[in-house]
Every structure is written in C-alpha cells, then in structure tokens.
Design a protein around this ligand. Sequence first.
Ligand code: ADE
Length: 239
Amino acid sequence: MKINVLTLFPDMFTPLQTSMLGRGLEDKKWNLNLVNFRDFTTDVHHHVDDTPYGGGAGMVLQIMPIKKALNSLSSTGKIIITAPQGKTFNEKMAQEWAKEDELTFICGHYEGFDQRVYDLADETVSIGDYVLTGGELPTMSMIDATVRLIPGILGNAASPVEESFSHGLLEYPQYTRPADYEGQKVPDVLMSGNHQKIDEWRHYQALKATYLHRPDMLEGRKFTSEEKKMLAQIKAELD
Ligand code: ADE
C-alpha cells in the first residue's frame, strides 16, 4: 500500500517510521510519501493561509497549494481529510482502508480549510470529540491502525483477528509470569490446561468487560444462546 500525506510538518511523522511499521517500510510492505504543500506556494513568503472572507478571527488554509500538491501525485487513491467535524474513525474503517492500494491524507494545522478543500476529499474523518492543533497526530493514528492490518506487518507477534473491536467485544484479561505477584494470583483456569474451559472463561471475561466498560458496543449484537446465559450470569455476579 502507498500512503501519501499532505502536511506542513513532515518531520512529525517519524513515529510511523519506527518499530513494526518502520520495519514494514524497510520491507516495502507499505510506502509513505510525505508531501509538504508549502512547497507548492507561488508567493515569495510561501503563504498557505489567508484571512477568512466575511471577517472573523484566525486564518484559513487556502485551496491552491493543496490542490497543486494533489495534482503533483501520479495517483491518490481515496483522499481523506482529518478534521474534528468528520465522522469518527473506528476499527471497521481501518479494516476497509487496509484493503486499498493507495490512500492520501490531507492534514490541516491550527486553522480550518477553505470549504473547497473538503470537496477534494472522499471522506472527512475525526479521531474523537476533541480538538487538536493539527491533523498530523490523527493521521498518524489512522495510518497506524490501518497499516498494522496489512498482512505481514505484525509478523507473528499478534493476530489482529483476535483483538478488541474486531469481534465486537473488548479483549479478555491476559496474564504472564509470575503466577503470584505479591498475593495477586493468576486465575486457576488459565493454568488448568483445559482449553475448552479457558476459551469459555475468556469469552465470559470479554463479554463482562464490554458490558461494564462499553455497553454501547453490545447494542444490536446478535447474542448466541451461550452468550445470553453468560450475560445473565454476569448481571447476577454484578448485582
Ligand atoms: N484535527 C484537529 N482535531 C482533530 C480531530 N479530533 N480529529 C481529526 N483531525 C483533527
């Protein structure tokens, strides 16, 4: 997959070039093309913004350098703008994007875009109901969540299929050595060697964690008969 990022701060993107994603870059499993759209300005001061028509505080990012930067790309794939008013990013979107050959992100900074910039994009996406100084951190989060789903990126370290959100439940608790840390013991079932019992316990714990912390994720879920029993038990346990 090729990912283009239009940004005024390409130096911010080093986190994506470290650890597993960095190895993926070296192995050419994906490609990151950082484009500074200030390079496409034509005035002597390289302005990318101007005051808003109609007055008001702040500055507005102009369409021209962004459009020229987009035009400089031989292809773009899906174009995504990161902005707080967009639809909220989630794992399902990461899964869809991970199937694409190419994506292009446009990052604003401090200020909003000229409305015509939004019309250049296929989607406007937010990472949550809070405002950041720029689109760089949201873009990095979205790229990380997407690229890690590309086959071969995580290696044997983890299976994205088994984790939170991919099956609609939060993750069950995990433990490693020691079995007893200052009196805090690992649940016996995990050391029983009985894989059916372990699977049941994990399923129960995942359902319980979701019921407790993210009940909204259970709305509209088609519960199996086993899950219905578990849920009744969880409610009884918590009463
Ligand atoms: N830019 C500023 N805040 C943002 C947010 N919450 N999501 C995406 N882009 C942003």
